[in-house]
Design a protein around this ligand. Sequence first.
Ligand code: KIV
Ligand code: ZN
Length: 519
Amino acid sequence: MDKNRVLIFDTTLRDGEQSPGATMTHEEKLEIAEMLDDMGVDIIEAGFPIASEGDFRAVTEIAKRSENATICGLSRANFKDIDRCWEAVKHAKSPRIHTFIGTSPLHRDIPGLTMDEMAERIHDCVTHARNLTENVQWSSMDATRTEWDFLKRTVDIAIKAGATTINIPDTVGYTEPVESADLIRRLIEEVDGADTVVFSTHCHNDLGMATANSLAAVAGGARQIECTINGLGERAGNTALEEVVMAMKVRQDIMPYGSRIDTTKIMNISRRVAAVSGFNVQFNKAIVGKNAFAHESGIHQDGMLKNRETFEVMRPEDVGLSGTSLPLGKHSGRAALRDKLEKLGFDLGDNELMDVFVRFKDLADRKKEVHDDDLIALMRSNEGEEDHLKLISLKVVCGTDGPQTADMVMNVDGAEKTVTATGDGPVDATFNAVKELFPHGARLQLYQVSAVTEGTDAQATVSARLEEDGRIATGQSADTDTVVASAKAYINALNRLIVRRTKSAPGADIKGVSYKDAT
Ligand code: KIV
Ligand code: ZN
């Protein structure tokens, strides 16, 4: 491989999906994996197979379907996890087992292992994984807060036991660029056999330096970057794939590294990940934010008209943003809708298209022009076939003379139920109606409304985040009627929460790890 080639390891479906509230359904995971494979990601971390039956099924299916990418699964450093991971990834043309343990003093405390015991555990687990496959990745979790001598020792043991990739995670987003580069450089210089493996960087964005730290690690000798689409991930997220890839592309003069990513596919996958995870992209987010290529001020517009390079370091087309785009209207047919949706990254089957077409027509009746953003919002509001709860109708009375009431009909597991509820305002009355029809203990953590386009007929996009027993789910919906969008977003979050209830296996998360499991 070219010595300046950087492997892109995408962990949207593992570290990204682990983010509270970012649940994806099985079908959504398969769709994202296909898009990642198609855009040229080298390694897809498809999940954490031992965490749940759902994760196992998703990793297995992605492994079976992948065309080009290596498919990787995560496993804690114990034989049971590694075996389960192998059972899932072994179907891939190119499978990888990724195993890890927290090596910093704080993380060593959790399983209560001494340094010697941990060293032995690393040796045994990497050896065990290597007996299953030749492609094994080792991660010393919280490497950037691990004592230098011990970090070196863990890396040395992993290489001797046969690991082919060594990942140095900045688990809590603690490092900074100079330190990040030095750490990799010193490991490569000082550990025997370092030249026989690929060093990898995995950064979190707690201090806003994940992209800079990842690129610095590459300057220090790392040749794999672990990242997620839109920087999705726990807390402040992971390194954003689109940022590191575009930075290397734009600044070839000082970062002569390259990836295999087709950057014109970035926008579509960004939109899709935002839609299925329920995590909106902030407007001013680098590369994929709505404003990333918008030039509002007079000075900027003038400069742009004369020479676009005045205020742009890359072209919108480079990341897959088309130039002008004509809106659809109520006379637009199915073929025009399909064509537009395909350009926006939504590849629909005939039945799905029929369903979307009906909703598009309904929207076009209420709104003169249906813009790209309207369609993206419409796609986000897609209801699932297997949803337990479905809104059938809603009538709300509100205004200056109370009381505010909501008449609601909802389908609950196949049965139609009706209620009239009151509340402090129309949205409160609506949410109370849902609660009466489907009693639950979930707490509303976030309720957010924004307009998709300009004008008073604009659709409102609503996000609702619910929490129940530590499980979090985010729902989204869009409608020209803000209260209807609110009801649907709330119901969507509840549906996702119901999926979560059945999905999470106790003790299967990375943070509450039990290392006492059998090796
Ligand atoms: O942040 C981290 O350390 C991780 C590891 C499991 C690689 O996600
Ligand atoms: Zn991580």
